[in-house]
Design a binder for this molecule. Structure first.
Ligand SMILES: Cc1cc2nc3c(=O)[nH]c(=O)nc-3n(C[C@H](O)[C@H](O)[C@H](O)COP(=O)(O)O)c2cc1C
Length: 226
């Protein structure tokens, strides 16, 4: 799947088929986490895979009773070791870099799951103490999220997304310029692809018509000059 399509069509999945997913896929999803950018390449991420049904139920309960989670055959509990990044970057490392690196890793996992034809959801609403207890996490571990993975049993519509001009400025806060000929709000790789493909189709059609016309003219000329 093309990366732009993968990013655009990924959805949060909250309904899963009661079907296990191949272990290879789980590994591939977890592998993708490490390719995320981490400040100073300090990867302080750890992942706990939960397959056990009873534990998944308990996790769903601890995640503000989001019971839909328990049908996902795999839960990945995403945690960090803050002291590792603190050693390099102090408080900024813990408060900012760690959270950002781990968020990037989670997005990698969601996109990889989607590219493998699987559904996933980033779950951030949880009782930290309860998750800590369920997974035996020591005090120095920070819990960031639970990612559910499985075969999707729904195909959600894309939720409303802002047009680009709502969040893109030029040069300064609220900086606006004259819209370009193509219109910034309209532009996207898909529009570009559509325009290119349409252009190619038109060129082909014109070539065909020209060819036919030339043939017809040739026949006419030959008939006249017999
Ligand atoms: C930090 C964070 C926490 C989230 N927590 C939850 C959650 O607890 N439960 C849930 O169903 N979805 C959760 N989501 C998923 C969002 O609801 C979802 O991404 C959003 O509605 C947009 O839908 P989409 O992912 O299909 O584009 C969370 C997403 C993020 C980034």
């Amino acid at each position: 799947m093309d990366i732009a399509d993968c990013i655009r069509t990924r959805r949060s999945i909250r309904k899963y088929k009661k079907k296990d997913i191949p272990w290879d896929n789980v590994v591939e999803i977890m592998q993708s986490a490490k390719y995320a950018p981490f400040a100073g390449n300090v990867m302080n991420l750890k992942l706990v895979v939960v397959k056990n049904e009873g534990k998944r139920k308990a996790i769903a309960e601890a995640c503000s009773q989001q019971y839909w989670m328990q049908d996902a055959p795999i839960h990945i509990v995403v945690v960090s070791e803050p002291e590792k990044i603190e050693r390099y970057y102090g408080t900024r490392g813990v408060r900012l870099y760690s959270i950002q690196g781990i968020a990037a890793a989670i997005e990698n996992m969601l996109l990889t799951a989607h590219s493998l034809g699987l559904g996933a959801c980033w779950v951030g609403a949880f009782d930290e103490e309860e998750i800590r207890r369920l997974c035996n996490f020591p005090e120095h571990i920070d819990v960031h999220a639970v990612v559910t993975i499985g075969y999707a049993d729904e195909a959600p519509e894309m939720p409303p997304k802002y047009r680009i001009e709502h969040y893109m400025f030029f040069e300064k806060w609220w900086g606006r310029i004259e819209p370009t000929k193509t219109g910034i709000g309209m532009w996207s790789p898909y529009v570009k692809r559509g325009v290119t493909q349409t252009g190619e189709m038109i060129k082909k059609a014109v070539g065909k018509v020209k060819g036919k016309f030339k043939k017809k003219e040739g026949k006419k000329y030959n008939a006249e000059h017999k």
